[in-house]
Ligand binder design. Structure first.
Ligand code: 6PG
Length: 264
């Protein structure tokens, strides 16, 4: 993979790619490694996927990858969802189905959407929580451990459906919550930070100039008011994959201080 800068700080690994395509190829490679390891160790691979625009091209490419993807042992969950019917164009499930699920051979029982046919978003979030408790066989107080959580970052620093200056960021016990904000068109359901931070691997996919400012705030200023900066899993590999446009405001000294960890 050419034109890639790769750096490591603790368990945080930052990779900057010349193009979105290269970033997607790298993410697919990581997915292969993580899923194969999970299946070898535990017999299945549990991944939680985000919506938004950024991952669509990656999902397309992943769906066409022929090698090393154990779909029959892969369990796909959603990181977050809009409280809309599945066929609504705002639905994350619909996006993921159109770009990935519809083109791969995965058993339907391995797809764990967030139920939105309930009366309220709160009931949906509770139902999703109970799916998680059943699937991961959790005892009271335990958090699920996803093998991989794929996240995006909004221009305001939100990730999943966790937004700046909201009480949801303080959540410690719940696995999934409902989110209602005036500035959002739809109410939403989201995994919580304790769940995200309990994963074995977290990958942020970030693309575009409009993300450059927020990326700088998260990676260089560690602005804790930004939800994405609160993704600090203790034992996970935390990957920030971004294209050059998203990385364009990162300071030169920061790049110079980088440690190259892998040949590209
Ligand atoms: C969603 C998300 C959300 C998303 C960011 C980035 O459902 O919208 O899960 O957190 O990842 O808003 O979105 P873009 O990729 O569209 O910029």
């Amino acid at each position: 993979m050419a034109n890639m800068v790769k750096v490591a700080r603790g368990n945080r690994k930052i990779s900057v790619f010349a193009t979105y395509e290269q970033m997607s190829d790298f993410a697919i490679k990581k997915w292969q490694e993580i899923s194969q390891r999970a299946v070898a160790d535990r017999g299945f691979f549990a991944v939680a996927l985000s919506g938004g625009k950024t991952p669509a091209g990656f999902y397309d490419k992943l769906s066409r990858s022929k090698k090393g993807l154990p779909w029959d042992k892969t369990h796909i969950f959603l990181v977050d969802e809009r409280f809309v019917p599945f066929d609504d164009d705002q639905s994350n499930y619909r996006m993921i189905r159109e770009h990935l699920l519809g083109s791969i051979e995965i058993p339907t029982e391995n797809i764990h959407h967030i139920p939105t046919r309930q009366i309220t978003p709160e009931i949906s979030s509770k139902k999703y929580e109970s799916y998680l408790v059943d699937f991961f066989k959790l005892k009271p107080g335990e958090m699920p451990t996803f093998d991989l959580v794929m996240l995006g970052i909004g221009e305001d620093g939100h990730t999943a459906s966790l937004f700046p200056w909201t009480s949801e960021l303080m959540e410690k016990r719940r696995l999934a919550i409902s989110v209602a904000l005036k500035r959002l068109k739809n109410r939403r359901i989201s995994l919580t930070l304790p769940v995200i931070n309990n994963a074995r691997n977290v990958i942020f996919l970030v693309s575009g100039e409009n993300k450059a400012e927020v990326i700088k705030k998260i990676l260089e200023e560690g602005d804790r008011m930004l939800p994405a900066a609160r993704v600090t899993p203790d034992r996970a590999n935390l990957f920030f994959l971004m294209d050059e446009k998203a990385a364009s405001l990162l300071s030169v000294s920061y790049k110079k201080a980088s440690v190259r960890v892998e040949k590209s």
